[in-house]
Design a binder for this molecule. Structure first.
Ligand SMILES: [Zn+2]
Length: 188
């Protein structure tokens, strides 16, 4: 049995002051960094929204449900992992991996991402023998939701550490948590 921590999209653009800042983003980054510093996982995987030309995912008149302001453009500071998390990852003894998603289309789930070798998240987890994951990050109602659902659907024992997530809006966050519970994702 191996347990991984999946850190979903804790990127500058998703924290307060970023292009698509989510309230509580910086707190999530601090909390996730502390969790990484505690250790105890067999693998830590970060996911990053990493857009080149994601089509209608970007909009000048976003609805904040299916269309969004320009964010996480590949290679920009906004697309970088939050500095607190990056520092914790640099300091940890735990194995670390990273996947990026959404270059040319919307991609909410980390399972749509690939690492530098082109291996998808499912492959990265399988290579490490991971059969249980804790999911944290931004946003609860979008990418955390999609990533946790895909993890569970892949037969992985999946827990969302709700206190280490931040949501875009209260209604969609509540709906996401209800759905996750229904799909047998553990909420802690
Ligand atoms: Zn995006």
């Amino acid at each position: 049995m191996a347990r991984a921590l999946i850190v979903v999209d804790v990127q500058n653009d998703f924290c307060e002051g970023g292009a698509l800042g989510v309230e509580g983003g910086h707190d999530v980054a601090r909390g996730v960094a502390a969790r990484i510093a505690e250790g105890g996982y067999d693998l830590v995987v970060t996911t990053q929204d990493w857009h080149v030309d994601p089509g209608t995912h970007w909009s000048t008149t976003p609805d904040f449900l299916d269309t969004w302001p320009v964010h996480c453009e590949a290679g920009t500071p906004g697309a970088e992992v939050h500095a607190d998390v990056a520092a914790a990852l640099a300091a940890t003894d735990m194995p670390v991996a990273g996947v990026r998603k959404g270059a040319y289309e919307a991609a909410y789930s980390g399972f749509e991402g690939v690492d530098a070798d082109g291996t998808g998240l499912a492959g990265v987890l399988a290579a490490a023998g991971v059969d249980a994951v804790d999911v944290v990050g931004i946003a609860t109602d979008h990418c955390v939701r999609a990533t946790a659902l895909d993890a569970r659907a892949a037969g992985i024992d999946t827990t969302v550490l709700v206190g280490l997530t931040a949501g875009v809006a209260p209604e969609t966050t509540q709906a996401a948590l209800d759905l996750l519970r229904e799909k047998e994702v553990r909420l802690v």
